[in-house]
Design a protein around this ligand. Sequence first.
Ligand SMILES: *Cc1c(COP(=O)(O)O)cnc(C)c1O
Length: 233
Amino acid sequence: MTELIPGRVLAVRERLTHAAHAASRNPQDITLLAVSKTYDHTAVRAAALAGQRDFGENYLQEALDKQKALANLDLVWHFIGPIQSNKTRGIAENFAWAHSVDRLKVAERLSAQRPDGLPPLNVCLEVNISGEASKGGVTPDALQQLAERVADLPRLCLRGLMAIPAPTPDPLQQRLAFQQVRGLFDTLNARGLSLDTLSMGMSGDFEAAIAEGSTLVRIGTALFGARHYPVAA
Ligand SMILES: *Cc1c(COP(=O)(O)O)cnc(C)c1O
């Protein structure tokens, strides 16, 4: 079904532009991250040919297989899935970004394992604003301390925050959740950090995220179609 992908890339870009203008923002300040988990390299290639450059993956081995098949393309790879300690080396060696850092131990390993020949790994801290214990992410209470420590690690560049609010079809509820993340982001910056990335918004809620200041939306379904098996976020 790769023939549908170029049109979807254009359609999502148009929605992004429209949402940015509605919020009096410059669309160029918002990165479209194409989330390609469960889709094979032919889907990624079709999106790349339509001008898409940033791709997000949740599973290390699946991502490495795609990177290998697409090594001739100039793509920027983002790791957005839960990070187990035994996966940090593969992430540090093969990605430009990690969005889902929520523990100091994982951040320390990523920094120690980032190869000298590469620029620092761009990192977002995942925050858990819904308070669900089952979900990944640092609690708002623990965020400041974690951010300060991660900002000091030599081979990481702390860029911002990532969040996956509980899904809801209600645009007002969506905005309230993103507002909380934006508030945490502003507080950290007011206290001396210099964060420039708010990684929030997915296929079902990215317009609300843009209205609340998102600088990077992570879009899977709206670009590639429904995934064929359920995967944990
Ligand atoms: C799968 C995933 C997405 C994309 O979700 P869609 O609803 O398909 O757009 C975004 N962010 C994360 C962290 C994901 O795991």
